[in-house]
Design a binder for this molecule. Structure first.
Ligand SMILES: NC(=O)c1ccc[n+]([C@@H]2O[C@H](COP(=O)([O-])OP(=O)(O)OC[C@H]3O[C@@H](n4cnc5c(N)ncnc54)[C@H](O)[C@@H]3O)[C@@H](O)[C@H]2O)c1
Length: 374
């Protein structure tokens, strides 16, 4: 297969990220199949037309079914709000199209399972947008753990914090509604932390959890009143990994000052690894060796020694960004379609992530009932 026709549905934050990644991926990796930008879909149609011209797609539509069933399209990027993921993924799989869909999978675990079943039945590739596992610094962290750089990993401690809902006056959006978004911080952010934890530490069992909605209602953007927030702002959980290692994670979308603190520490028997996405080109490594007076953390700065960094630029310390992760992810989509080994998060791994966040939600709700005396 020399090339693949691409349809993009949704052109917001993630839609633009997919569009730029599709445009760049062949220039970076040089692999076949090469993306052909066929159809861009958004509503209203005028928006789709403007952005199709801007992003370099051959045509525009406001009808996602038309985009999916177009014979020129082989792979569909789905970057619409969460509520639409299930129907679009299922229709794309039934039409025999490969899929690159944003996280979380769906608003309910039942829908996520249906999506996985349809993808398996159709035998298409479905990659879910867990882009942070593609960061060269993170890939190096995985390699260091495998190579025993800190000895046996014994404890994972993870955070994911942002402050986009910290202001009680920030307007209500679809992200606050159970029917539209599904889970709150768990579906929006914790799922990314779980994607990292699984790749570093293995399968996850949820031992206990707590969730909280801090701001029960928010003002409507048009000033016409307030609407209820139906999902959680904060979630914390105690975990156990298949290796026997223990874990603790905590996430918040009301954490003033944190912009994308997707961070973790892995404590091992002979050292420690530490990472924070706000400084995504740095990995901190502590190895308990050498003279005690000289022991301390070493900062490893991303560079060509951490593939695929060198395909973006040849000089260490010149830094990669969020969008580059999306391009690496597009490369993993291309690899999976071509049948090559791929680092993409495929449907089954995404379903396991989805199960974990729903287990945390269920355990947390149980605690809510306990503490209220219900
Ligand atoms: N991987 C990541 O790091 C990351 C980051 C942000 C968002 N996301 C995910 O990406 C998805 C989209 O989030 P976003 O922040 O880009 O949202 P957004 O609101 O910026 O964009 C959503 C887009 O979908 C379009 N849309 C809505 N209904 C449509 C329809 N019927 N037909 C065609 N297009 C339609 C909207 O017009 C808009 O362009 C969410 O599932 C979110 O969880 C992932």
């Amino acid at each position: 297969m020399k090339d693949v026709g691409v349809a993009l549905i949704g052109t917001g934050f993630m839609g633009k990220a997919h569009a730029l990644a599709w445009r760049t991926v062949h220039a970076v990796f040089g692999n076949d199949p090469r993306p052909r930008l066929e159809t861009l879909c958004d509503v209203p149609r005028e928006k789709a037309e403007t952005l199709a011209a801007q992003f370099g797609f051959a045509r525009a539509t406001d009808d996602w079914r038309e985009a999916i069933t177009d014979a020129r399209v082989d792979v569909v990027s789905i970057t619409t709000p969460n509520k639409m993921h299930a129907e679009l993924v299922i229709e794309a799989a039934r039409a025999g199209k490969h899929i690159w869909c944003e996280k979380p999978l769906a608003v309910s675990l039942d829908d996520a399972r249906k999506m996985a079943a349809e993808v398996e039945k159709a035998g298409v590739v479905a990659v879910i947008g867990y882009n942070y596992v593609q960061n060269p610094a993170f890939l190096h962290a995985v390699e260091l753990l495998r190579a025993g750089a800190i000895g046996r990993p014994i404890h994972f401690r993870g955070f994911v914090d942002e402050d986009y809902q910290a202001d009680p006056q920030s307007p209500w959006s679809w992200r606050c509604l159970g029917d539209e978004a599904g889970l709150g911080v768990l579906g929006d952010m914790t799922c990314h932390l779980v994607s990292l934890a699984r790749r570093l530490m293995g399968e996850i069992e949820v031992l206990a959890a707590d969730i909280q909605t801090v701001h029960a209602s928010r003002p409507l953007a048009d000033g016409s009143g307030r609407a209820a927030v139906e999902n959680e702002d904060i979630a914390s959980a105690l975990l156990r990994f298949s290796s026997g290692a223990r874990g603790v994670i905590s996430s918040s979308r009301v954490a003033w000052g944190r912009k994308n603190r997707l961070s973790f520490e892995v404590h091992g028997e002979r050292g420690m690894l530490s990472f924070d996405q706000e400084r995504m080109n740095e990995l901190l490594l502590y190895q308990a060796e050498g003279a005690p007076a000289e022991q301390g953390f070493k900062t490893i700065l991303s560079g060509p020694a951490h593939p695929p960094y060198g395909l973006f630029n040849p000089a260490p310390g010149h830094s990669m960004g969020f969008q580059d992760q999306k391009t690496i992810e597009a490369g993993a989509v291309i690899d999976a379609i071509a049948g090559r080994e791929s680092r993409a998060v495929l449907m089954n791994e995404a379903l396991a992530i989805e199960q974990t966040i729903h287990e945390i939600a269920a355990a947390g709700k149980g605690r809510d009932a306990d503490s209220s005396g219900a």
